[in-house]
Structures are given as structure tokens and as C-alpha cells.
Design a protein around this ligand. Structure first.
Ligand SMILES: Cc1cc2nc3c(=O)[nH]c(=O)nc-3n(C[C@H](O)[C@H](O)[C@H](O)COP(=O)(O)O)c2cc1C
Length: 308
């Protein structure tokens, strides 16, 4: 599952859903991709309003299902459910900085401060499943506690297979530059470098620092071909319209017309960014509630046919 120098698609809440992953796989069929983060509570309690709680993964390629939470036994249960749903591996979120997760729930980035709880969760999840378990974390809670290496040593001891490291602290959120440290010989598990990686130069830089792979997040927005291009599987496509239409079709199939039409607005904005008249296009799209109208606007903007 983890081959050296692989390019991973990062977990992005509200973005890397099943339709988005399907579009990414058109260009990078074998790329290791993550789900959005999934709450162990909402999964175990099978919250009906959350479609992804019922996703199957066996029809996808290499897929890491990411869970977050602070309850040791619910995290183990959630991992088991996702294994049974066909995930390739389970990832534990140890980096999410948003207050609802990291401070109010004691999950995500909080686990970088509470290594005892982090260790309990890792041991329970590894024991609960037969598939590999990874973690995704940051450099530390803040500048004064950049203790990622200590967490990695604990993870190694718990049987975690690999880790992704985002080169910022929790305090930095997404601000400032991502600065990944060099991987030294005392680190005994593969580490995937993450943060601000956009092109092949950035990937090479990360690999030269001793990382086993690179993980791309925001550089996929409006450019789902990025992983394919960076892993040498495709060129940047010339015709964007048919890709946008197909992505919207997949969202319609998954979410239904009402939700898909509104949820697609952000994707339409990312796809159109930097193209002449994109501001007018976005204003129009933000007022559309019907799938047919949205398809017509997409075709007009990119000059393509509706039949894809
Ligand atoms: C909108 C958004 C949603 C994110 N959702 C998640 C998530 O669900 N789980 C997670 O571990 N990280 C999440 N992240 C962090 C990214 O996976 C990644 O670590 C971060 O964006 C830095 O990488 P990049 O510069 O390539 O985007 C999110 C980031 C953004 C911007």
C-alpha cells in the first residue's frame, strides 16, 4: 500500500468526498487518497444525515479512511466499521486545529499535547483491525512544543505503519510557511511530507529531506489532475469543461440535485479561478438551484457540450 515516493491526496473536510475522489482517480487511478475526516461518534451511531457514514470503499483504489475522536473504544469500533466497508488503511487524525475538534472535543491536534491518550487510541485502533493504521499530525502544538518526533516514536512502538507530517504547528493553523524538518535516522517509520506542496520541485525537495512520499492538499482544488501530473500519469488536460461537468454529475448522483447544486459552487469557483470573466461566472453560479441551469452555465463558460 505504501510504496516509496508515492504522492498522496490529503484529507480535506468538505472536499475529498466520494465524487471528488472519483475525479482524482480519472488522472491518478492508483494514488493513495484519504477520505474526509470522519467522527467516530457519527460513524458508530450511524448518523443518517451524513452520507459518507454509509460509503463502501471496495469499489475504490488505495484509500485511507480517516477517523477523529477522543474516545478510545469508539475509535476502535469506528476503525473496525471502516475496515469492513473496504478501506485499505485507517488513519487517525492528530492534527486538526479547529476548536470544535482540538479544544472542545480533545481530539485531532489535542492528541499532540496528550501523548497518553494518543497512545491509548493508537494501540486500540491497531489492535482492532487487520489493515495498516497511519497517523496524520503536525510539528507540535505551538512553537514551544515542537515534539512531533516524540509522538512518532510512540506511534512506532504502537505498531502504526506510517505517518503524514504537516510542516506547521497547531498554533499556526494554515498561516505562515510550512517548514518540514529533515528526517533523521532515529525515525523508524516512513513519513509522508505535507504542506504547501504544489509542483514537482516541491515534491523533490520533500523527498530530499528524507520523506518517503509527499501529500498534496489545496493544490488539488479546481485541479484534480494534480496528483496524476505529479506522479507522471498524465499531462495537464486541455479541455477542463468536460471534467467540471463530470465532477458535477458525480455529485448529483451522490448528493441529489438540491445539495449537489449548492455544494458544487465552491468547486465551480476553484475550477474557474484565474480564467477571464470568472467573477461573473461565480456570481451567476451562486444563484443557481437547478442542475440543468448549472450545467448550461458550465458549458457556456468553458465552451463545451453537455453530453460528456
Ligand atoms: C478545507 C480543508 C479541510 C481539511 N480537512 C482535513 C481533514 O479532514 N483531515 C486532516 O487530517 N487534515 C485536513 N486538512 C489539512 C490538510 O490535509 C493538509 O494537511 C493541509 O491543508 C496542508 O497541506 P496543503 O498545503 O497541501 O493543503 C484540511 C485542510 C483544509 C484547507
Amino acid at each position: 500500500m505504501l510504496v516509496n515516493n508515492q504522492i498522496f491526496g490529503a484529507p480535506l473536510a468538505g472536499i475529498t468526498d466520494k465524487p471528488f475522489r472519483r475525479i482524482v482517480r480519472m488522472f491518478a487511478p492508483d494514488a493513495p487518497l484519504y477520505t474526509e475526516m470522519i467522527s467516530c461518534h457519527s460513524l458508530v451511531e450511524a448518523h443518517k444525515n451524513c452520507l459518507r457514514n454509509f460509503d463502501r470503499y471496495d469499489d475504490e483504489g488505495n484509500i485511507g479512511a480517516q477517523i477523529f475522536g477522543a474516545d478510545v473504544s469508539l475509535m476502535a469500533d469506528a476503525a473496525r466499521i471502516l475496515q469492513d466497508s473496504g478501506a485499505t488503511w485507517i488513519d487517525i487524525n492528530m492534527g486538526c486545529p479547529v476548536p470544535k475538534v482540538a479544544t472542545r472535543s480533545g481530539a485531532g491536534a489535542h492528541l499532540m499535547k496528550d501523548h497518553i491518550l494518543a497512545e491509548k487510541i493508537m494501540r486500540a485502533v491497531v489492535k482492532a483491525v487487520k489493515i495498516p493504521v497511519s497517523i496524520k499530525t503536525r510539528l507540535g502544538w505551538d512553537e514551544a512544543s515542537r515534539d512531533w518526533a516524540e509522538l512518532i516514536h510512540i506511534a512506532t512502538d504502537c505498531g502504526i505503519s506510517f505517518a503524514a507530517l504537516h510542516g506547521r504547528t497547531r498554533a499556526q493553523l494554515y498561516m505562515g510557511e510550512s517548514k518540514l524538518p529533515r528526517i533523521t535516522d532515529d525515525i523508524k517509520m516512513p513519513i509522508i511530507g505535507n504542506g504547501d506542496i504544489k509542483d514537482i520541485k516541491d515534491v523533490t525537495k520533500v523527498l530530499n529531506l528524507g520523506y518517503s512520499g509527499a501529500m498534496i492538499g489545496r493544490a488539488m482544488l479546481g485541479r484534480p489532475w494534480t496528483l496524476g501530473v505529479l506522479s507522471g500519469k498524465c499531462d495537464v488536460p486541455h479541455q477542463i469543461g468536460p471534467i467540471v461537468l463530470r465532477h458535477f454529475e458525480y455529485m448529483l448522483g451522490y448528493y441529489g440535485e438540491k445539495n449537489a447544486t449548492q455544494m458544487f459552487r465552491k468547486h465551480a469557483a476553484w475550477y474557474s479561478a484565474g480564467i477571464p470573466n470568472s467573477a461573473e461566472f461565480r456570481i451567476k453560479v451562486n444563484k443557481i438551484f437547478s442542475a440543468k441551469e448549472l450545467k448550461t452555465e458550465i458549458c457556456k463558460f468553458w465552451g463545451c457540450e453537455e453530453n460528456i
